[in-house]
Design a binder for this molecule. Sequence first.
Ligand SMILES: [Zn+2]
Length: 230
Amino acid sequence: MDPPSSAPATNPSESRAFRRWLKQASLATGLGLTPEERERYVEEQKHARCEKWKTELLSYSPPVVFMLKHLRLSGCAVPPSNIVCGSCDSTRSGGFHPSGAIVLCQGHFGGKRHMQDTLTHELIHMYDHCKFNVDWYNLRHHACSEIRANSLSGDCRFMREIGRGNASFSKQHQACVRRRAILSVRENPKCPDEAAAERAVNEVWESCFNDTRPFDEARVTTVPLVRRKS
Ligand SMILES: [Zn+2]
């Protein structure tokens, strides 16, 4: 008597389906995977989520759509293919390259809102690069763009600062912008030390903090401690 045709052991297509199912079960649970397979799987998941959020932000996020529009109007349109999800070291959430590319650090984002702030931040650098002929090795130029990007992107929203353990109310927004700008300028290869980064930020602070182009005014969503000079 012949074995039943549906027996898994003898039906090649069903045993393939079974192996596929087993693989999916291991991916979902992490069981039976080598550490490399597990790591690759986690990275693929992060990448897929980053790409999904990116697509949504490029279509629906008000600040991202706004910045893309102003970049286009300034003659520096940014195609979606120039915004890439990649893996970075754990200290970064994103990066901008003067050639016109932005990296979003997949896996760094706790939520789409955080990714929106990072993307907006990098688009502000791109806008500055497009409009103002920035020399990124000049610490004052770099400081100016960091002040604007941190102030205007939403990076320094009050709740996010609480998350970082910086809960002081007094001049909250400005302190956050200043601190983050100094950290970024410190990473500039031409920056010799922390004091030089601080000096560069202080020297351009007044004019750059108050320069909110292309936004009408800084979108400070916290207690309005920051008043624009009239
Ligand atoms: Zn920056």
